[in-house]
Ligand binder design. Sequence first.
Ligand SMILES: *Cc1c(COP(=O)(O)O)cnc(C)c1O
Length: 354
Amino acid sequence: MNYFRENIEKMAGYVPGFQPDAADIVKLNTNENPYPPSPDVLEAIGGVSAERLRRYPQPLADDFRRAASEVLAVPADHIICANGGDDLLTMCFRAFCDGDRPVAYPVPTYTLYETLARLQGCGVLEVALDSPDLTGDLADTAAALTIVCNPNAPTGSRIEQETLARLAEKMSGVLLIDEAYVDFADGDCLELAEQFDNVIILRSMSKGYSLAGIRFGYGIARPGLIEGLLKVKDSYNVDVVAIGAATAAIRDQRYFMENVEKIKDQRQRLTEKLRGLGFEVNQSQTNFVLAGCSGLGAEGFGVKNIYERLAERNIYVRYFDVPNLADKLRITVGTEEQNGKLIEALKGILETIS
Ligand SMILES: *Cc1c(COP(=O)(O)O)cnc(C)c1O
């Protein structure tokens, strides 16, 4: 007896990054921010009253929409709030895709897109990220939904706004630009959400604002798209504690900017140190680096071994067991102390394997 829909029965579920329990570990595997959120966030959470808990939260998270509207200089009704950026991705698949309406995206990218496509039962049209005519290839798919992760995970690379503007113009469907890592990048594509009626910008409070544990993200688009997405959204998809925390976090821009600068500074140091050890590291626009290890160590000594030896030392990074990433490690930028521990451990490991 098959209780599930055929696509659910057949698919493998999404596997989130390992979340170890121990306190004394160096956790550089899921791109969390290594610094705590603004002190205002804890105050806001502590200030949530019993009365507020008893009642349902604001359906549209209006407190957050107002605060974000001021910070981003976009009208509040151009913002839709979500239980993490991933929740907005789910809404988009439900709203735009089905068996006759495929999704397209460049690869390699965030693997959750494929999982959500399988759940929704829609076709997947993959385009090579390094294609010389990426926008042409994406437009040619004529997909109902096109997702560009920008800056991209796990490559850390970024596509210029003009390029995506040309894509938005050419394509027939909706363009979702996943800006989960934009806080660490040299620029964003926010303007496109005002300029085009088929562009949605996704933002997350998990990375730049140190709130991965709270689950809060949002989308920015013109009201036509926002109104459609609201039909798909769970009525109370963000809770009262999350609204308070996210609102306090986005209001404290000074703390946020200082925090982001610290991470960019550490990113540069980590990149240089890894290169010094012989890793190939591209200039990242995110809070992680992708370190290529081909040519390191003795013949036959793979990156998986390095990953495992780091884990033995309680240092966790991300290893992807897929063909085009199998010689690379994705390493979240940590604090100075965490990055130092990682570099020391890598030195020790490389000595024993060369
Ligand atoms: C982290 C992330 C998101 C959203 O994460 P949430 O924690 O759900 O806000 C979306 N896309 C990418 C590529 C991410 O890395």
